[in-house]
Design a protein around this ligand. Structure first.
Ligand code: SF4
Length: 253
């Protein structure tokens, strides 16, 4: 893993990231700063399965209509998520950059381990997430200077210390922007409702977080919102590897 920022990044911007001053900025202020300094070398990661990414998409679009958004299409997403991608594309008149996993990697994995390998062990689940999500993301981010994610600190133990701005050493030392790190779920829903932002229809069927179809399920009212993702694993391992280094997956970091 690279331990230094991407060489082409401006040192003044890097000093701002390191200063911690970003913590004082609102989500809109931090996005304005990021788009001004990195667009078009910055893109939003949106799963189309949680309201956070869609609220950010709306905010970014208001600041910069040509702002970029991408989705990792693992090949196992539910139809509701594909429908929402097209709905958003039409509503904002914005291309959504769809990232696909390497066909040969998927073919070799399912040939060796079966279609539903993820239920059999944490290692198998992490292998599937790595091939279908982590590797395509790595390839895509290699062409950017910064990316935006919808992490919130109260979502999971693995996200409790997420800063609003950081250097992402997992992905070549580019800048990672987490504008709503300090928002609550209610803050997100208030934004979504106030701006009539489209969200995944499966939320109304009890899915607070929609990922791949075989790895997501509805939860009971009051349950931990992320408990419907990889529900057969401990909370500490329930990350796909996009936001944590490979060597730390499953360690609760
Ligand atoms: Fe595979 Fe499930 Fe991860 Fe999707 S969420 S990439 S199906 S293990």
């Amino acid at each position: 893993m690279a331990q230094s920022p991407k060489k082409s990044l401006d040192s003044k911007l890097l000093r701002f990231v390191a200063s911690g001053e970003g913590e004082r900025l609102s989500a809109q202020e931090i996005l304005t700063w990021a788009l001004k300094n990195f667009h078009p070398g910055i893109a939003l990661s949106c799963s189309f399965g949680a309201p956070e990414g869609l609220a950010l998409l709306d905010m970014m679009h208001r600041i910069e209509p040509a702002s970029r958004v991408f989705v990792l299409d693992t090949g196992r997403l539910p139809q509701a998520t594909h429908d929402l991608i097209d709905r958003v594309r039409d509503r904002y008149d914005k291309p959504v950059e769809v990232l696909l996993p390497g066909a040969e990697d998927v073919e070799a994995m399912v040939r060796a381990k079966g279609m539903n390998l993820f239920y059999e062990s944490i290692e198998n689940r992490q292998l599937c997430c790595r091939i279908r999500k982590v590797e395509p993301l790595k390839r895509y981010l290699a062409g950017l200077d910064a990316w935006v994610a919808g992490l919130r600190r109260d979502q999971n133990v693995t996200r409790a210390n997420a800063p609003k701005l950081e250097i992402d050493y997992i992905h070549g030392g580019i800048v990672k922007v987490n504008p709503i790190a300090d928002w609550t779920h209610d803050d997100v829903m208030a934004y979504v409702q106030a701006h009539n932002v489209p969200v995944n229809r499966l939320h109304a069927q009890g899915y607070p977080s929609v990922g791949c179809e075989p790895c997501s399920r509805a939860v009971r009212p009051g349950d931990d919102p992320r408990s419907g993702r990889w529900w057969w694993e401990r909370a500490e391992t329930r990350e796909c590897g996009i936001h944590v280094p490979e060597e730390e997956q499953g360690s609760g970091i």
